[in-house]
Design a protein around this ligand. Structure first.
Ligand code: NFE
Ligand code: MG
Length: 521
Protein backbone atom coordinates (compact mmCIF):
# COMPACT_ATOMS: atom_id res chain seq x y z
CA UNK A 1 0.00 0.00 0.00
CA UNK A 2 1.21 3.50 -0.77
CA UNK A 3 2.42 5.71 2.06
CA UNK A 4 2.65 9.41 2.60
CA UNK A 5 5.90 10.94 3.89
CA UNK A 6 6.01 14.46 5.29
CA UNK A 7 9.33 15.94 6.31
CA UNK A 8 8.36 19.17 8.00
CA UNK A 9 10.56 21.03 8.37
CA UNK A 10 13.48 19.50 6.49
CA UNK A 11 16.47 20.21 8.75
CA UNK A 12 20.04 21.16 7.76
CA UNK A 13 18.92 23.58 5.08
CA UNK A 14 18.33 27.30 5.43
CA UNK A 15 14.75 28.35 6.12
CA UNK A 16 11.51 26.43 6.37
CA UNK A 17 10.78 23.77 3.77
CA UNK A 18 8.34 20.89 4.06
CA UNK A 19 8.68 18.00 1.65
CA UNK A 20 5.66 15.80 1.07
CA UNK A 21 6.06 12.57 -0.90
CA UNK A 22 3.86 9.67 -1.90
CA UNK A 23 5.73 6.37 -1.93
CA UNK A 24 4.63 3.07 -3.46
CA UNK A 25 6.03 -0.34 -2.46
CA UNK A 26 8.11 -2.12 -5.08
CA UNK A 27 9.59 -4.99 -3.06
CA UNK A 28 13.18 -5.69 -2.03
CA UNK A 29 15.02 -5.40 1.24
CA UNK A 30 16.48 -2.49 3.16
CA UNK A 31 20.11 -1.76 2.29
CA UNK A 32 22.86 -3.35 4.33
CA UNK A 33 25.66 -0.94 3.53
CA UNK A 34 26.41 2.47 2.17
CA UNK A 35 27.32 1.16 -1.26
CA UNK A 36 23.79 -0.07 -1.70
CA UNK A 37 22.25 2.72 0.32
CA UNK A 38 20.51 4.40 -2.46
CA UNK A 39 20.03 1.44 -4.73
CA UNK A 40 17.91 -0.18 -2.05
CA UNK A 41 14.37 -0.63 -3.07
CA UNK A 42 11.46 -0.95 -0.71
CA UNK A 43 9.41 1.91 -1.97
CA UNK A 44 9.65 4.47 -4.72
CA UNK A 45 8.47 8.07 -4.71
CA UNK A 46 5.55 8.43 -7.11
CA UNK A 47 5.12 12.16 -6.62
CA UNK A 48 6.39 14.92 -4.35
CA UNK A 49 5.57 18.45 -3.30
CA UNK A 50 7.79 21.18 -1.91
CA UNK A 51 6.12 23.60 0.45
CA UNK A 52 7.69 26.89 1.43
CA UNK A 53 6.20 27.25 4.90
CA UNK A 54 6.75 30.91 5.66
CA UNK A 55 6.26 34.37 4.13
CA UNK A 56 8.56 37.36 4.66
CA UNK A 57 7.57 40.24 2.35
CA UNK A 58 10.81 42.01 1.39
CA UNK A 59 9.38 43.16 -1.95
CA UNK A 60 6.51 44.90 -0.17
CA UNK A 61 8.82 46.37 2.50
CA UNK A 62 10.85 48.03 -0.29
CA UNK A 63 7.91 49.87 -1.84
CA UNK A 64 8.00 53.62 -1.20
CA UNK A 65 11.59 53.62 0.07
CA UNK A 66 14.70 55.39 -1.15
CA UNK A 67 16.14 53.28 -4.02
CA UNK A 68 19.60 53.53 -2.44
CA UNK A 69 18.35 51.51 0.52
CA UNK A 70 17.58 48.55 -1.75
CA UNK A 71 21.02 46.93 -1.74
CA UNK A 72 21.13 47.25 2.04
CA UNK A 73 17.62 45.91 2.65
CA UNK A 74 17.81 43.08 0.11
CA UNK A 75 21.08 41.81 1.57
CA UNK A 76 19.02 41.03 4.69
CA UNK A 77 17.05 38.46 2.67
CA UNK A 78 19.85 36.09 3.59
CA UNK A 79 22.96 35.69 5.71
CA UNK A 80 24.49 33.06 3.43
CA UNK A 81 24.26 34.73 0.00
CA UNK A 82 23.85 38.41 1.03
CA UNK A 83 26.45 39.66 -1.43
CA UNK A 84 24.53 38.14 -4.33
CA UNK A 85 21.41 40.04 -3.33
CA UNK A 86 23.53 43.15 -2.92
CA UNK A 87 24.98 42.62 -6.41
CA UNK A 88 21.60 41.97 -8.04
CA UNK A 89 20.28 45.16 -6.45
CA UNK A 90 23.37 47.16 -7.35
CA UNK A 91 23.14 45.99 -10.97
CA UNK A 92 19.41 46.78 -11.17
CA UNK A 93 20.16 50.28 -9.85
CA UNK A 94 23.16 50.73 -12.16
CA UNK A 95 20.86 50.06 -15.11
CA UNK A 96 18.26 52.47 -13.69
CA UNK A 97 20.86 55.22 -13.09
CA UNK A 98 22.69 54.60 -16.38
CA UNK A 99 26.07 53.94 -14.72
CA UNK A 100 28.75 51.24 -14.65
CA UNK A 101 31.43 50.47 -12.09
CA UNK A 102 34.96 51.56 -13.02
CA UNK A 103 37.84 49.07 -13.33
CA UNK A 104 38.54 48.78 -9.60
CA UNK A 105 34.87 48.99 -8.66
CA UNK A 106 34.08 45.94 -10.78
CA UNK A 107 37.06 44.00 -9.44
CA UNK A 108 36.28 44.75 -5.80
CA UNK A 109 32.65 43.71 -6.32
CA UNK A 110 33.91 40.43 -7.84
CA UNK A 111 36.32 39.86 -4.95
CA UNK A 112 33.68 40.41 -2.25
CA UNK A 113 31.33 38.08 -4.11
CA UNK A 114 34.05 35.46 -4.67
CA UNK A 115 34.81 35.16 -0.95
CA UNK A 116 31.09 34.96 -0.18
CA UNK A 117 30.66 32.17 -2.75
CA UNK A 118 33.41 30.05 -1.19
CA UNK A 119 31.91 30.61 2.25
CA UNK A 120 28.48 29.56 0.98
CA UNK A 121 29.71 26.38 -0.73
CA UNK A 122 31.62 25.36 2.42
CA UNK A 123 28.60 25.94 4.66
CA UNK A 124 26.50 23.86 2.39
CA UNK A 125 28.74 20.85 2.03
CA UNK A 126 30.11 20.59 5.56
CA UNK A 127 27.59 22.10 7.89
CA UNK A 128 24.40 21.27 6.06
CA UNK A 129 24.87 18.28 3.75
CA UNK A 130 27.82 16.24 5.09
CA UNK A 131 25.77 14.49 7.77
CA UNK A 132 23.72 12.92 4.97
CA UNK A 133 26.79 10.75 4.41
CA UNK A 134 29.04 10.82 7.49
CA UNK A 135 28.46 8.46 10.41
CA UNK A 136 28.83 10.65 13.48
CA UNK A 137 28.76 7.59 15.76
CA UNK A 138 32.03 6.39 14.18
CA UNK A 139 33.70 8.95 16.44
CA UNK A 140 32.91 6.66 19.41
CA UNK A 141 35.55 4.26 18.06
CA UNK A 142 38.22 6.96 17.75
CA UNK A 143 41.34 6.25 19.82
CA UNK A 144 43.80 8.67 18.22
CA UNK A 145 45.30 11.85 19.67
CA UNK A 146 43.71 14.56 17.54
CA UNK A 147 42.33 17.06 20.06
CA UNK A 148 39.39 18.14 17.93
CA UNK A 149 38.26 14.57 17.32
CA UNK A 150 38.74 13.64 20.98
CA UNK A 151 36.61 16.61 22.02
CA UNK A 152 33.97 15.63 19.48
CA UNK A 153 34.03 12.07 20.84
CA UNK A 154 33.40 13.16 24.45
CA UNK A 155 30.65 15.43 23.28
CA UNK A 156 28.87 12.66 21.33
CA UNK A 157 29.32 10.27 24.28
CA UNK A 158 27.76 12.84 26.58
CA UNK A 159 24.90 13.51 24.16
CA UNK A 160 24.09 9.80 23.94
CA UNK A 161 24.31 9.39 27.73
CA UNK A 162 21.96 12.30 28.33
CA UNK A 163 19.57 10.71 25.89
CA UNK A 164 17.24 13.68 25.41
CA UNK A 165 16.23 14.57 21.88
CA UNK A 166 18.22 17.78 21.60
CA UNK A 167 21.45 16.96 23.45
CA UNK A 168 23.12 15.76 20.25
CA UNK A 169 21.95 18.52 17.90
CA UNK A 170 22.93 19.13 15.15
CA UNK A 171 24.29 15.57 14.84
CA UNK A 172 21.71 13.47 16.68
CA UNK A 173 19.01 12.27 16.43
CA UNK A 174 19.31 11.31 12.79
CA UNK A 175 17.80 8.91 10.28
CA UNK A 176 19.17 5.44 11.04
CA UNK A 177 20.30 4.41 7.57
CA UNK A 178 23.63 3.19 6.15
CA UNK A 179 26.27 5.91 6.24
CA UNK A 180 29.95 5.78 5.23
CA UNK A 181 31.28 2.53 6.70
CA UNK A 182 34.98 3.25 6.88
CA UNK A 183 35.97 4.70 10.28
CA UNK A 184 39.03 6.55 8.99
CA UNK A 185 36.92 8.21 6.28
CA UNK A 186 34.31 9.30 8.82
CA UNK A 187 36.97 10.70 11.18
CA UNK A 188 38.60 12.61 8.35
CA UNK A 189 35.27 14.13 7.30
CA UNK A 190 34.41 15.05 10.89
CA UNK A 191 37.77 16.75 11.26
CA UNK A 192 37.06 18.69 8.07
CA UNK A 193 33.63 19.63 9.41
CA UNK A 194 35.23 21.43 12.35
CA UNK A 195 38.03 22.96 10.25
CA UNK A 196 35.45 24.28 7.78
CA UNK A 197 34.00 26.48 10.56
CA UNK A 198 37.33 28.28 10.68
CA UNK A 199 37.40 28.56 6.88
CA UNK A 200 33.95 30.17 6.87
CA UNK A 201 35.14 32.80 9.33
CA UNK A 202 38.19 33.37 7.14
CA UNK A 203 36.01 33.77 4.02
CA UNK A 204 33.89 36.36 5.81
CA UNK A 205 37.07 38.20 6.84
CA UNK A 206 38.30 38.17 3.24
CA UNK A 207 34.97 39.51 1.97
CA UNK A 208 35.01 42.19 4.69
CA UNK A 209 38.41 43.48 3.55
CA UNK A 210 36.63 45.18 0.64
CA UNK A 211 33.02 44.70 1.79
CA UNK A 212 33.75 46.63 5.02
CA UNK A 213 31.45 44.38 7.03
CA UNK A 214 29.95 40.93 6.64
CA UNK A 215 27.53 39.26 6.27
CA UNK A 216 25.88 42.46 5.04
CA UNK A 217 28.37 44.65 3.23
CA UNK A 218 28.15 48.40 3.65
CA UNK A 219 30.62 49.29 0.90
CA UNK A 220 28.83 47.64 -2.02
CA UNK A 221 27.13 50.46 -3.93
CA UNK A 222 25.71 51.09 -7.41
CA UNK A 223 28.73 51.98 -9.55
CA UNK A 224 31.34 50.08 -7.52
CA UNK A 225 32.63 49.86 -3.98
CA UNK A 226 33.34 52.59 -1.44
CA UNK A 227 36.49 50.86 -0.12
CA UNK A 228 39.65 52.16 -1.74
CA UNK A 229 42.13 49.39 -2.61
CA UNK A 230 45.50 49.60 -0.86
CA UNK A 231 48.46 47.20 -0.82
CA UNK A 232 47.57 46.28 2.79
CA UNK A 233 44.03 45.37 1.81
CA UNK A 234 45.18 43.35 -1.18
CA UNK A 235 47.57 41.47 1.06
CA UNK A 236 44.94 40.96 3.75
CA UNK A 237 42.59 39.45 1.17
CA UNK A 238 45.27 37.34 -0.52
CA UNK A 239 46.63 35.81 2.68
CA UNK A 240 43.13 34.61 3.57
CA UNK A 241 42.40 33.48 0.03
CA UNK A 242 45.55 31.33 0.07
CA UNK A 243 44.35 29.47 3.14
CA UNK A 244 40.80 29.12 1.81
CA UNK A 245 42.10 27.81 -1.51
CA UNK A 246 44.39 25.29 0.18
CA UNK A 247 41.41 23.99 2.17
CA UNK A 248 39.22 23.73 -0.94
CA UNK A 249 41.89 21.86 -2.90
CA UNK A 250 43.43 19.70 -0.15
CA UNK A 251 40.35 18.95 1.94
CA UNK A 252 36.99 19.85 0.32
CA UNK A 253 37.65 18.19 -3.06
CA UNK A 254 39.16 14.99 -1.56
CA UNK A 255 36.21 14.81 0.89
CA UNK A 256 33.79 15.07 -2.05
CA UNK A 257 35.62 12.23 -3.80
CA UNK A 258 35.35 10.12 -0.62
CA UNK A 259 31.58 10.66 -0.60
CA UNK A 260 31.34 9.87 -4.31
CA UNK A 261 33.30 6.63 -3.72
CA UNK A 262 31.08 5.55 -0.83
CA UNK A 263 27.77 6.24 -2.58
CA UNK A 264 28.10 5.29 -6.26
CA UNK A 265 24.32 4.94 -6.58
CA UNK A 266 23.96 8.63 -5.77
CA UNK A 267 25.80 9.42 -9.00
CA UNK A 268 22.74 8.09 -10.80
CA UNK A 269 19.89 9.37 -8.66
CA UNK A 270 18.07 12.64 -8.16
CA UNK A 271 18.00 13.52 -11.86
CA UNK A 272 15.54 16.30 -12.58
CA UNK A 273 14.45 18.13 -15.70
CA UNK A 274 16.94 18.43 -18.57
CA UNK A 275 16.46 22.21 -18.37
CA UNK A 276 19.16 24.47 -16.92
CA UNK A 277 19.40 28.23 -16.60
CA UNK A 278 22.27 30.62 -15.87
CA UNK A 279 22.22 34.43 -15.85
CA UNK A 280 26.03 34.57 -15.71
CA UNK A 281 28.14 36.13 -12.96
CA UNK A 282 31.40 38.01 -12.23
CA UNK A 283 31.58 40.91 -14.66
CA UNK A 284 34.69 41.04 -16.80
CA UNK A 285 34.26 44.40 -18.55
CA UNK A 286 31.89 47.29 -19.19
CA UNK A 287 30.38 45.47 -22.16
CA UNK A 288 28.75 42.98 -19.80
CA UNK A 289 30.94 39.93 -20.48
CA UNK A 290 30.70 37.55 -17.54
CA UNK A 291 33.39 35.11 -16.36
CA UNK A 292 30.74 32.40 -15.90
CA UNK A 293 28.44 32.98 -18.83
CA UNK A 294 24.65 33.23 -19.20
CA UNK A 295 22.40 30.96 -21.24
CA UNK A 296 19.73 28.28 -21.15
CA UNK A 297 20.09 24.59 -21.87
CA UNK A 298 16.73 23.09 -22.77
CA UNK A 299 16.62 19.37 -23.42
CA UNK A 300 20.27 19.42 -24.50
CA UNK A 301 19.92 22.47 -26.76
CA UNK A 302 21.84 25.61 -25.79
CA UNK A 303 20.28 29.02 -26.32
CA UNK A 304 21.19 32.60 -25.51
CA UNK A 305 19.50 34.02 -22.41
CA UNK A 306 16.36 36.06 -23.15
CA UNK A 307 15.23 37.78 -19.92
CA UNK A 308 11.80 38.46 -21.47
CA UNK A 309 11.09 34.72 -21.16
CA UNK A 310 11.12 34.83 -17.34
CA UNK A 311 7.68 34.72 -15.69
CA UNK A 312 6.25 33.69 -12.34
CA UNK A 313 3.18 31.49 -12.17
CA UNK A 314 1.09 31.37 -9.00
CA UNK A 315 -1.71 28.85 -9.45
CA UNK A 316 -0.41 26.81 -6.49
CA UNK A 317 1.26 29.70 -4.66
CA UNK A 318 -0.29 31.73 -1.87
CA UNK A 319 -0.37 34.92 -3.95
CA UNK A 320 -3.29 36.97 -5.23
CA UNK A 321 -1.43 38.41 -8.22
CA UNK A 322 -2.22 37.38 -11.79
CA UNK A 323 -0.32 34.30 -12.93
CA UNK A 324 2.44 34.39 -15.54
CA UNK A 325 3.57 38.00 -14.95
CA UNK A 326 7.05 39.11 -15.97
CA UNK A 327 8.90 40.29 -12.85
CA UNK A 328 9.16 43.85 -14.24
CA UNK A 329 5.38 44.05 -13.73
CA UNK A 330 5.04 41.42 -11.00
CA UNK A 331 3.45 41.86 -7.62
CA UNK A 332 3.52 39.98 -4.35
CA UNK A 333 0.12 40.54 -2.76
CA UNK A 334 -0.55 37.53 -0.59
CA UNK A 335 -3.53 35.17 -0.47
CA UNK A 336 -2.90 32.93 2.57
CA UNK A 337 -6.12 30.95 2.16
CA UNK A 338 -6.06 30.46 -1.61
CA UNK A 339 -7.76 27.12 -2.32
CA UNK A 340 -5.30 25.47 -4.75
CA UNK A 341 -2.17 26.93 -3.16
CA UNK A 342 0.29 24.83 -1.14
CA UNK A 343 3.43 26.98 -0.97
CA UNK A 344 4.69 30.49 -0.24
CA UNK A 345 7.00 30.19 -3.25
CA UNK A 346 5.92 31.42 -6.65
CA UNK A 347 6.74 29.16 -9.62
CA UNK A 348 9.31 30.90 -11.86
CA UNK A 349 9.35 29.56 -15.40
CA UNK A 350 11.51 30.23 -18.48
CA UNK A 351 9.57 29.92 -21.73
CA UNK A 352 6.95 28.33 -19.50
CA UNK A 353 9.40 25.61 -18.38
CA UNK A 354 10.69 24.68 -14.93
CA UNK A 355 14.49 25.18 -14.93
CA UNK A 356 17.16 23.83 -12.57
CA UNK A 357 19.56 26.53 -11.38
CA UNK A 358 22.79 26.39 -9.36
CA UNK A 359 26.43 25.32 -9.83
CA UNK A 360 25.46 22.31 -11.97
CA UNK A 361 23.28 24.49 -14.21
CA UNK A 362 26.08 27.07 -14.57
CA UNK A 363 28.55 24.32 -15.49
CA UNK A 364 26.22 22.60 -17.98
CA UNK A 365 25.08 25.82 -19.68
CA UNK A 366 28.71 26.85 -20.14
CA UNK A 367 29.86 23.35 -21.06
CA UNK A 368 27.46 23.36 -24.00
CA UNK A 369 28.07 26.98 -25.00
CA UNK A 370 28.73 27.12 -28.76
CA UNK A 371 32.43 27.79 -29.31
CA UNK A 372 33.37 26.11 -26.03
CA UNK A 373 34.44 27.66 -22.73
CA UNK A 374 37.06 27.26 -20.01
CA UNK A 375 34.41 25.41 -17.98
CA UNK A 376 34.26 22.65 -20.61
CA UNK A 377 38.01 22.14 -20.30
CA UNK A 378 37.78 21.99 -16.50
CA UNK A 379 34.79 19.64 -16.44
CA UNK A 380 36.31 17.30 -19.04
CA UNK A 381 39.54 17.09 -17.03
CA UNK A 382 37.63 16.22 -13.83
CA UNK A 383 35.45 13.61 -15.55
CA UNK A 384 38.58 11.98 -16.93
CA UNK A 385 40.42 12.06 -13.60
CA UNK A 386 37.47 10.54 -11.73
CA UNK A 387 36.41 8.14 -14.47
CA UNK A 388 32.89 9.60 -14.57
CA UNK A 389 30.44 10.14 -17.39
CA UNK A 390 28.99 13.59 -18.11
CA UNK A 391 25.46 12.29 -17.38
CA UNK A 392 26.54 11.31 -13.83
CA UNK A 393 26.96 14.96 -12.91
CA UNK A 394 23.19 15.31 -13.13
CA UNK A 395 22.67 13.55 -9.80
CA UNK A 396 22.84 14.01 -6.03
CA UNK A 397 26.61 13.54 -5.81
CA UNK A 398 27.16 15.31 -9.15
CA UNK A 399 25.63 18.51 -7.76
CA UNK A 400 27.91 18.36 -4.70
CA UNK A 401 30.94 17.66 -6.86
CA UNK A 402 30.36 20.54 -9.27
CA UNK A 403 29.74 22.92 -6.34
CA UNK A 404 33.16 21.98 -4.92
CA UNK A 405 34.85 22.38 -8.30
CA UNK A 406 33.27 25.80 -8.65
CA UNK A 407 34.71 26.86 -5.27
CA UNK A 408 38.13 25.87 -6.59
CA UNK A 409 37.69 27.76 -9.88
CA UNK A 410 36.48 30.91 -8.10
CA UNK A 411 39.36 30.85 -5.62
CA UNK A 412 41.87 30.56 -8.44
CA UNK A 413 40.23 33.35 -10.42
CA UNK A 414 40.06 35.65 -7.36
CA UNK A 415 43.89 35.71 -7.46
CA UNK A 416 43.69 37.03 -11.03
CA UNK A 417 41.22 39.75 -10.06
CA UNK A 418 43.47 40.75 -7.15
CA UNK A 419 46.39 41.03 -9.60
CA UNK A 420 44.34 43.34 -11.83
CA UNK A 421 43.44 45.85 -9.06
CA UNK A 422 45.31 49.14 -9.49
CA UNK A 423 46.54 50.92 -6.37
CA UNK A 424 46.59 54.66 -7.01
CA UNK A 425 44.33 55.98 -4.26
CA UNK A 426 41.46 56.81 -6.62
CA UNK A 427 37.87 55.88 -5.68
CA UNK A 428 36.46 52.53 -6.79
CA UNK A 429 33.00 54.02 -7.33
CA UNK A 430 31.59 56.68 -9.61
CA UNK A 431 29.28 59.64 -9.03
CA UNK A 432 25.77 59.62 -10.41
CA UNK A 433 22.47 61.41 -10.25
CA UNK A 434 19.35 59.64 -9.08
CA UNK A 435 16.71 59.77 -11.82
CA UNK A 436 13.17 60.79 -10.91
CA UNK A 437 11.72 57.89 -12.91
CA UNK A 438 13.57 54.78 -14.08
CA UNK A 439 13.55 51.01 -14.38
CA UNK A 440 16.36 48.52 -13.99
CA UNK A 441 17.05 44.80 -14.05
CA UNK A 442 19.95 43.13 -12.22
CA UNK A 443 20.72 39.58 -13.30
CA UNK A 444 23.45 37.65 -11.53
CA UNK A 445 24.17 34.21 -10.13
CA UNK A 446 24.02 33.55 -6.41
CA UNK A 447 25.81 30.43 -5.10
CA UNK A 448 22.48 28.58 -5.42
CA UNK A 449 21.68 29.82 -8.93
CA UNK A 450 20.05 32.45 -11.12
CA UNK A 451 19.11 35.57 -9.17
CA UNK A 452 17.26 38.58 -10.59
CA UNK A 453 16.10 41.86 -9.07
CA UNK A 454 13.80 44.28 -10.92
CA UNK A 455 13.35 47.88 -9.72
CA UNK A 456 10.91 50.61 -10.82
CA UNK A 457 11.50 54.13 -9.53
CA UNK A 458 8.87 56.90 -9.53
CA UNK A 459 9.24 60.32 -7.82
CA UNK A 460 12.69 59.20 -6.60
CA UNK A 461 11.10 56.35 -4.64
CA UNK A 462 10.83 52.60 -5.20
CA UNK A 463 7.49 52.04 -6.87
CA UNK A 464 7.93 48.31 -7.44
CA UNK A 465 10.64 45.81 -6.50
CA UNK A 466 10.64 42.16 -7.49
CA UNK A 467 13.14 39.41 -6.73
CA UNK A 468 13.18 36.04 -8.49
CA UNK A 469 15.50 33.89 -6.43
CA UNK A 470 17.47 30.63 -7.04
CA UNK A 471 15.62 28.46 -4.56
CA UNK A 472 12.33 29.85 -5.84
CA UNK A 473 13.28 28.26 -9.18
CA UNK A 474 14.46 24.95 -7.70
CA UNK A 475 11.87 24.43 -4.95
CA UNK A 476 8.96 25.95 -6.84
CA UNK A 477 5.55 24.34 -6.54
CA UNK A 478 3.56 23.09 -9.51
CA UNK A 479 2.68 25.72 -12.10
CA UNK A 480 -0.42 26.64 -14.08
CA UNK A 481 0.08 23.58 -16.30
CA UNK A 482 0.62 21.31 -13.25
CA UNK A 483 4.32 20.85 -14.10
CA UNK A 484 6.18 19.99 -10.87
CA UNK A 485 9.05 22.23 -9.79
CA UNK A 486 12.64 20.98 -10.38
CA UNK A 487 13.13 19.46 -6.91
CA UNK A 488 9.65 17.92 -6.99
CA UNK A 489 10.60 16.36 -10.34
CA UNK A 490 14.01 15.13 -9.13
CA UNK A 491 12.27 13.25 -6.29
CA UNK A 492 9.98 11.32 -8.62
CA UNK A 493 11.02 7.68 -8.94
CA UNK A 494 13.77 7.67 -6.31
CA UNK A 495 13.99 4.58 -4.10
CA UNK A 496 13.17 4.89 -0.40
CA UNK A 497 14.41 1.90 1.62
CA UNK A 498 12.35 2.65 4.72
CA UNK A 499 9.61 5.31 4.56
CA UNK A 500 10.03 5.99 8.29
CA UNK A 501 13.70 6.97 7.65
CA UNK A 502 13.43 8.79 4.30
CA UNK A 503 17.07 9.83 4.00
CA UNK A 504 16.99 9.29 0.23
CA UNK A 505 14.44 12.11 -0.06
CA UNK A 506 16.50 14.42 2.13
CA UNK A 507 19.67 13.69 0.15
CA UNK A 508 18.06 14.65 -3.15
CA UNK A 509 16.59 17.86 -1.76
CA UNK A 510 19.81 18.89 0.00
CA UNK A 511 21.86 18.33 -3.16
CA UNK A 512 20.12 21.45 -4.53
CA UNK A 513 21.34 23.46 -1.50
CA UNK A 514 17.93 24.99 -0.82
CA UNK A 515 17.60 28.29 1.01
CA UNK A 516 13.98 28.88 1.85
CA UNK A 517 14.78 32.16 3.59
CA UNK A 518 15.81 33.40 0.14
CA UNK A 519 13.10 31.56 -1.76
CA UNK A 520 10.18 33.14 0.09
CA UNK A 521 11.86 36.52 0.58
NI1 NFE B 1 19.70 32.32 1.22
FE1 NFE B 1 20.43 32.56 -1.93
C1 NFE B 1 21.82 31.83 -2.81
C2 NFE B 1 19.88 33.69 -3.22
S1 NFE B 1 19.13 30.98 -2.57
S2 NFE B 1 21.05 31.52 -0.05
O1 NFE B 1 22.71 31.31 -3.19
O2 NFE B 1 19.53 34.44 -3.95
O3 NFE B 1 17.63 31.08 -3.14
MG1 MG C 1 9.76 37.52 -5.73
Amino acid sequence: MGKHISISPLTRIEGHLAVHAEVEPVGGAAPADAKKASGAVGHRVSQARCEGEMFRGFETILEGRDPLDAQQITQRICGVCPISHGMASVQAQEEAYGIQPNHNGRLLQNLILAANYIQSHLVHFYHLAALDFVDITAILKYTGRDRTLRALKSWVEMAIKRGDAFAGAPFLPRYEVPYIQDNEANWALLGSYVKALEMRALSHEAAAVFGAKLPHSTSLVPGGCTQVPTMERILAYRSRLNRMQAFVEDVYLPDLKAVAGAFPALLEEGVGYPNFLSYGVFREDRAGTKWIGPGALIDGRWEALDPDQITEQVRHSRFASASGLHPRSGNSRIAPDKAEAYSWLKAPRYKGLPMEVGPLARALVNYHRPGGSWIKTEVDATLKALGLKMSQLHSVVGRHLVRGLEAQWIGRQAHQWLDQVTVDGSPANDEYEMPKTAQGMGLTEAPRGALGHWISIAEYRIERYQCVVPTTWNCSPRDDREQPGPVEKALEGIPVGDPTQPMEVARVVRSFDPCLACAIH
